[in-house]
Design a protein around this ligand. Structure first.
Ligand SMILES: *Cc1c(COP(=O)(O)O)cnc(C)c1O
Length: 370
């Protein structure tokens, strides 16, 4: 069986370091907003090359809090993609703003600039760009576009830990980035966790206050914030795992390179291949017109695959009414019908990769059979 994730195959040395980190927190008697959170925040900001980082409860809260402290809310529109985790759009709604959906590019599944342009109205305040599957696309275009239209550039970097464009990571291009440390992300905790990363010191300070009931000093609440704190245990584990992130990213790139070399089934298409440093392969996605049959074919051969995402945001009941590109969301619709994520984690061996590729290559479309 080749699982989609397999945390049990993590190196023993990492396991020992994690156990040490857990014991350190347990014995410290400090469990919320203590030294481990401050240490991880500094380490993560420095890893991203950003001015600062604020640890929060999860990735969705990072996006919501970032938008709130940026002053984006009631009646203001934020353009984003329907091909994303539902949390992206839910964060915009929870901030009180109005999501507007633009279409994606077929070969990256990331937002399409021409479609985003068609979504602009006098109420548009921000663009929430999702670095989907772990790839950072040409940020120069987005920075210029947002400057031209006077929009705040906000990044959903929940899948893109360590991905870089021209040596810069998410959180350094626009107003802020939201990261998630959900267990399956490239840098994951043993539960929920998230962070806001930014070069804007004022925004970071407001986020720091907002995540803790809007408390500036003990018992002083200048704003009505939320309770969304990263805890010491997860911060300590994340700090330990951060020491391994680059190694694991290289392993993901090895798996992806293996697939690109070995997959040769004309019925199965690959996504665009950006320069190495721009993609951290949170997911390795292919497209196939008979996706559901391909998925069964793999599962019959002991290979687990998943779909990111089978139901785009505009087909979910709470968001079916959202405004969108007047020309429609056809690329997103078609991607949702055809996309399939192959196993892509750091602990897959080259043999595993070859087995998955063989299984994909042995898939015959029904048109060939009939
Ligand atoms: C995981 C994810 C989120 C939400 O993160 P949580 O920590 O689960 O709240 C948001 N956006 C994207 C693109 C994600 O993959």
């Amino acid at each position: 069986m080749i699982n989609f994730h397999d945390f049990t195959r993590a190196p023993r040395q990492l396991r020992e370091q994690e156990a040490e980190a857990v014991l350190r927190v347990l014995n410290s008697g400090d469990y919320v907003l203590g030294p481990e959170v401050a240490r991880f925040e500094n380490a993560w900001a420095s890893y991203c090359g950003a001015v600062g980082c604020v640890g929060v409860g999860n990735g969705m809260d990072a996006l919501e809090i970032g938008l709130r402290v940026l002053g984006i809310g009631a009646g203001q529109e934020v353009i984003t993609t329907p091909m994303t985790a539902f949390a992206t759009v839910l964060a915009i709604l929870r901030a009180g703003a109005v999501p507007v959906l633009a279409d994606i590019e077929a070969d990256t599944a990331v937002l399409d600039l021409a479609s985003v342009e068609r979504c602009i109205t006098p109420r548009t305040r921000a663009l929430m760009l999702v670095h989907l599957y772990g790839q950072i696309t040409d940020m120069g275009r987005w920075i210029a576009f947002c400057a031209e239209h006077e929009l705040s550039l906000v990044e959903d970097a929940a899948q893109a830990h360590g991905a870089k464009w021209q040596g810069r990571a998410a959180g350094t291009f626009g107003s802020f980035a939201g990261y998630s440390f959900y267990p399956t992300k490239n840098l994951g905790a043993l539960g929920d966790g998230g962070a806001i990363v930014s070069n804007d010191g004022g925004l970071l300070e407001r986020a720091r206050v907002f995540r803790n009931y809007g408390q500036a000093k003990r018992y002083e609440h200048p704003v009505a914030g939320m309770n969304s704190r990263l805890d010491e245990l997860h911060a300590a584990l994340l700090h330990t795992r951060l020491g391994w992130l680059d190694r694991f990213t290289e392993e993901r790139r090895r798996v992806a390179a293996g697939y690109r070399e070995l997959l040769r089934n004309p019925a199965v298409r690959l996504m665009a291949e950006p320069e190495a440093e721009r993609h951290v392969y949170h997911l390795f996605v292919v497209t196939c017109d008979e996706r559901d049959r391909l998925m069964r074919h793999l599962s019959d051969r002991g290979i687990m695959s998943l779909i990111h995402y089978p139901v785009p945001v505009h087909h979910q009941p709470p968001t079916a009414h959202l405004a969108r590109d007047p020309q429609g969301l056809t690329a997103a619709e078609s991607h949702a019908r055809c996309c399939l994520s192959l196993p892509c984690h750091p602990f897959l061996s080259d043999d595993d990769v070859a087995r998955v590729a063989d299984a994909v290559n042995s898939f015959a479309t029904s048109s060939v059979l009939t």
